[in-house]
Design a protein around this ligand. Sequence first.
Ligand code: G3H
Ligand code: 13P
Ligand code: NA
Ligand code: ZN
Length: 308
Amino acid sequence: MKTNSVTLFKEAYGKFCIPAINISMPEQIHALFSTAQKMNAPFIIQTTPVAREYMHPLMLINCVKAAAKIYPDALFALHLDHGNEPHIDSAIESGEYTSVMIDASHDPLEKNIERTKKISHRAHLKNISVEAELGVLSGVEDHLNIEEENALYTNPADVEYFVKEAGCDSLAVAVGTSHGAYKFSGGKGLRFDLLKDIQKRVPDFPIVLHGASSIDYEEIKRINAAGGNIKEDAKGITEEEIRKAIPYGICKLNIATDLRILWIRILREYLQNHPDQLDPLRPGIQYMQELELLIAKKFEILGNTNKT
Ligand code: G3H
Ligand code: 13P
Ligand code: NA
Ligand code: ZN
């Protein structure tokens, strides 16, 4: 059954976390719905503008609709990740998305509020949940001085004002993670001091963590052994950090890169080991099988199993 994000967050707050999995291929949709149905695990399936343009929004939405029929017990929200106004318009008009993100985090505070507020009004008329972002998500680089570094993080002092004015239902914060395979390049890890301060200012308000892939070092090594050239200092969020973040109100964890790493490892090894094959469905089948295991492991860590 499809629901909106807010409904999922109400159950989860402080106790467990809803995985928000970025999908851009049918194999990923299958693996996600299948695992979630088996484990009675509520989830968010999310699509970026890039994914929508790759598959075509209609194709993508209809694959998700088909999955909901194939796996009728799955409980999920369909979310637009990193939306801008044109994609948000299209998502709202589709009648299929139950959740959207307006990413105005690169705008100054007041502009961010203004853009988010407009979306909140429109989306709420249709019972669609709205995620906003405050703070700039990026790797904290070694060469930045403290002042520059602090400017990238979400300022807890802005959070209460922002959510009240912007009318959003959840807030993505910059507390040390970044997108892609190279997080925590400054070696600082997740800023629990900021999470704690944010929760104190907006108790019970759902907080979202972007850039929350774990980046399995063994997978990176296998990619490189099969001809890849991924820097071996690739690093993600640890299992301990994820578990520790949940009581701070982290209700949604965004995961994209871990799925990509698995697919690239499988493809590279397959091509290297089967130079005589022409059937792309064979690595595809392997991907679906191994992705189910990866997703099941995420569910265990996030604690969202047996919650539908
Ligand atoms: O933030 C989301 C993803 O990591 C970026 O995905 O390449 O589909 O925009 P994208
Ligand atoms: P990762 O790159 O860590 O998977 O983050 C994904 C994300 O935040 C999507 O919005
Ligand atoms: Na999002
Ligand atoms: Zn993101």
